[in-house]
Design a protein around this ligand. Structure first.
Ligand code: AHR
Length: 492
């Protein structure tokens, strides 16, 4: 069982925008409340109410960008509820999500704009705010931009200073709604195009540098939106969301799946890259992918087990992490198209990277993949071709090995994953020219695809050294079944 990965180091695709390794945190379940914000809770140490253990893990990972406050929650959220003295903030219903595991659909507003900005500062992430289009108004959205970004002597800027932030937050990225074809107001594409124009116009006037328009996995929706959008200069990014594991073919549960379901999850995850290609085709038909970036601002595994009632919690397994590796490879292959991507959702919810209980925080297997892939962020993606065996699934044929590569200052980073359920695979990596010195790391060697991390065993999911042999100027590695590897190669 041998495969070949050809890395064409001179065939550059584009820079991998660091924001492609972005994350998403919504007021949903235990993502914000419990996972990030505990206020005065004495069980865990905090900085201004934000859990230090979570911050430490997220900082080590290098989040790059964090999207907030939703999701569906964004189009029901009124930002003014979440600023000013905490004890005076109103309690509202959370129209979409239970907070935790107790079917408690309320929002205390304890975590608002200033708390989110503090979190971004602590973990060194670029903030990305999603404004309320569905139930809000353009002046509410533009006044949020003004509150965050204005350095003029206005009432909003003074309010920010009174709330502790003299200097503007300089938020560059602004979502103009979220899933406005669904939970964000059930707009048809033409109506959303007109609303987008109105909102983005005033938001830009108030200082929103880059706007993200809501797109769809349905091509027709995107095309109708773009046809109606007569002033495209207002749009900097067009979004698309894709969850795999649910809303499609049967992939089993996180920890129980047969062989067919095992492979179907990977085949389904390949849809993320295909969605990007479809959005790119729609953009090119009306505008240009040179002018508008594609924002995959929600993606990840979502199983039927994760429901609103349990705060969208599910076990996060090795299989999910290996699937994420393939998606990140697909992002590298499309570095010229994708401007940002946000894995859903940072802590405790869906395919999170960190999980918490009342005393501790620990990384998931997906955290380890993001960590292994971090050298790609900001580097230049190069064309990488994979020759491997394929497994037939109902959706599509699935290549058993996924790979991608980037170059930066004489160093080449290659990431590889073996999706085979039982078999190790020997992979020959050809780099055009002599390989040079190479080191390797591997994840999940000896672990099962349904293994997931807990507070007790999380360390076992960390990377270990991988033997990299040199043969005739190529590199040879043996990838264990359902594993992910990273190679770092210094030019000869
Ligand atoms: O991430 C959970 C939900 O999935 C988000 O709120 C929504 O945007 C999407 O449908």
């Amino acid at each position: 069982m041998s495969d070949t990965v050809r890395v064409h180091r001179r065939e550059e695709i584009d820079t991998v925008n660091p924001e492609v390794h972005g994350h998403f945190a919504e007021h949903l379940g235990r993502c914000i409340y419990g996972g990030i914000w505990v206020g005065d809770d004495e069980e865990v140490p905090t900085t201004d109410g934000i859990r230090e253990d979570t911050v430490e893990l997220l900082t080590e990972l290098g989040l790059n960008q964090l999207r907030w406050p939703g999701g569906c929650f964004a189009d029901a959220y009124h930002w003014e509820d979440g600023v000013g003295p905490r004890e005076e903030r109103p309690s509202r219903p959370n129209d979409f999500w239970a907070q935790g595991r107790e079917e408690e659909f309320t929002e205390s507003n304890a975590f608002g704009t200033e708390e989110f900005m503090r979190l971004c500062e602590l973990v060194d992430a670029e903030p990305f705010l999603a404004a309320n289009v569905g139930s809000g108004a353009p002046d509410e959205a533009s006044s949020w931009v003004e509150y965050c970004n204005s350095d003029a002597d206005t009432t909003r800027a003074r309010e920010r200073a009174e709330n502790g932030s003299e200097e503007p937050h300089d938020v560059a990225y602004w979502g103009v709604g979220n899933e406005n074809w669904g939970c964000g107001g059930r707009f048809d594409p033409e109506t959303y195009a007109n609303e987008f124009r109105r909102f983005a116009h005033y938001m830009k006037l108030s200082g929103a540098e880059e706007t993200v328009a809501c797109g769809h996995i349905q091509e027709d929706w995107n095309r109708r939106f773009l046809a109606e959008l007569t002033e495209p200069d207002l749009m900097d990014h067009l979004s698309v969301h894709r969850y795999f594991g649910r809303f499609g073919p049967e992939c089993g549960s996180p920890t129980e799946f047969d062989e067919e379901e095992y492979y179907t999850l990977f085949a389904h995850s390949m849809q993320v890259g295909i969605d990007v290609d479809n959005v790119a085709a729609a953009l090119d038909a009306y505008l240009s992918t040179d002018d508008v970036g594609i924002a995959v601002d929600e993606w990840g595994a979502w199983y039927p087990e994760a429901t609103s009632e349990n705060g969208l919690e599910q076990e996060n397994t090795v299989r999910d992490a290996v699937a994420a590796a393939g998606v990140l490879d697909d992002f590298n292959h499309r570095a010229d198209l994708i401007s940002m991507a946000n894995l859903a959702q940072t802590v405790n919810v869906l395919q999170c990277v960190v999980q918490t209980d009342e005393e501790d925080a620990w990384p998931t297997p997906t955290y380890q993949v993001l960590d292994l892939y971090s050298p790609h962020a900001g580097a230049t993606a190069v064309r990488t071709a994979v020759e491997t065996e394929e497994v037939e699934t109902d959706l599509r044929d699935l290549p058993l090995v996924s790979a991608s590569a980037t170059v930066r200052e004489g160093e080449t980073n290659v990431t590889l994953s073996n999706r085979a359920l039982d078999d190790a695979r020997t992979v020959r990596v050809e780099l055009d020219g002599d390989a040079g010195t190479a080191t390797g790391e591997v994840l999940f060697d000896g672990q099962d695809p349904d293994d997931y991390s807990t507070r007790e065993n999380a360390d076992a999911f960390a990377a270990s050294d991988l033997d990299v042999e040199e043969e005739d100027g190529d590199l040879l590695v043996e990838l264990p079944p359902n594993s992910v590897a990273g190679l770092s190669v210094e030019s000869a």
